[in-house]
Ligand binder design. Structure first.
Ligand SMILES: Nc1ncnc2c1ncn2[C@@H]1O[C@H](COP(=O)(O)OP(=O)(O)OP(=O)(O)O)[C@@H](O)[C@H]1O
Ligand SMILES: [Mg+2]
Length: 342
């Protein structure tokens, strides 16, 4: 069963504004970490806020754990919201409350008696590695520790779903990696479904099972992270993927490459190898069958969720139509061929 099912969501903040959400549909399966990636203003926060109805969509349906949340009355909605914890970019902690008091806060709001709150806090702090900080104030914590408090607080009411809006965007890369590892670990231990928003494809690569790419209020691409990384269909997705995968061609190297001969062209491309044809001798086959020359500029092997793929930068020389035909042939094998700028 889908843990979250959104259908035809639309949201416009002003009559003359562009839509923040423009017919968005997606399903998040129970137990998965689902990422939404997009540039600033793409509509990511609006989308995640429509799941717990911090924002109400103008149109569409929102189902959470099989429940139509738009149809709930206030009391039932409060109850449903307890099933969805939310983690924010800027932590949103109470400066005058200790770690333990911050974590207990949602339980206090929900009317849980003091002893029950204390027992739950005692369970939560070890889960996020903060036992030693229970009486510290937020100002005494690092960014990573603050976010651990944010995560413990989000889990206070034992939600089935965790919503993370740029949970690591205020953190350095090392702390980001720790928090992402914690989220994955908690997902497994607590059997959570995680919907995670980010503008960084690196976050998607390290923590998500599936991803949707948003642009201008629409989902433009969606799929398993491995597939989206190795076979991005949309130009925007290719640019996002390139930020992480890169093509590893130093500028000086490009300058030193031989120029094209008269009447021929030089094309610098990145080839991404994944799937059944990834072990074929593509370069020599292309050279032989299309009469082009291919110079391997760089290459490496990377992996996503344990699945390997190769990335290679090629300088290809030959008649323009032959080059084009050789790239088309590579694409027909399921390899991704993209032009490298410069
Ligand atoms: N409360 C609001 N009132 C008016 N406009 C809003 C409101 N919230 C969002 N918007 C607009 O809706 C669009 C989508 O915003 P949203 O915050 O969902 O984007 P985002 O993808 O989360 O961006 P960021 O990466 O910067 O957080 C933007 O044009 C934004 O200005
Ligand atoms: Mg946002």
């Amino acid at each position: 069963m889908a843990a979250i099912r959104l259908q035809g969501l639309r949201k416009r903040f002003a009559p003359d504004a562009l839509p923040a959400l423009d017919d968005v549909s997606l399903s998040v399966e129970a137990g998965e970490v689902f990422g939404i990636v997009g540039r600033s203003g793409a509509g990511k926060s609006t989308l995640i806020r429509c799941v717990n109805l911090l924002e109400r969509p103008d149109a569409g349906t929102v189902q959470v754990l099989g429940q139509d949340v738009l149809a709930l009355d206030d009391a039932a909605l409060r109850q449903a919201r307890r099933g969805m914890g939310m983690v924010f970019q800027h932590f949103n902690l109470h400066a005058r409350r200790t770690v333990a008091e911050n974590v207990a806060f949602p339980l206090e709001i929900a009317g849980v008696p003091r002893a029950g709150r204390a027992a739950r806090v005692a369970e939560l702090l070890p889960l996020v590695g903060l036992e030693a900080k229970r009486d510290a104030y937020p100002a005494q914590l690092s960014g990573g520790q603050k976010q651990r408090v944010g995560i413990a607080r989000a889990l206070a009411s034992k939600p089935r779903i965790l919503l993370c809006d740029e949970a690591t965007s205020a953190l350095d890369p090392e702390t980001t990696a720790e928090i992402l590892a914690l989220i994955r670990d908690l997902r497994a231990r607590l059997d959570l479904t995680v919907l995670l928003i980010t503008h960084e494809m690196g976050v998607v690569k390290s923590v998500c099972d599936r991803v949707a790419v948003m642009e201008a209020g629409r989902v433009i691409e969606e799929g398993r992270v491995f597939d989206v990384f190795t076979r991005p269909a949309q130009p925007t997705t290719r640019r996002f993927v390139a930020e992480v995968i890169g093509h590893s061609v130093p500028e000086g190297t490009v300058a030193r490459l031989p120029a094209a001969r008269d009447g021929e062209a030089r094309r610098l491309v990145q080839v991404l190898f994944a799937g059944p044809n990834s072990t074929r001798a593509v370069v020599s086959e292309a050279s032989r069958d299309f009469g082009v020359d291919m110079n391997i500029v760089s290459g490496r092997v990377d992996e996503i969720a344990g699945e390997p793929f190769g990335v290679m930068a090629l300088a290809a020389y030959g008649a323009p139509d032959r080059l084009e035909a050789s790239f088309a042939w590579m694409r027909s094998l399921g390899l991704t061929v993209t032009e490298i700028e410069g």
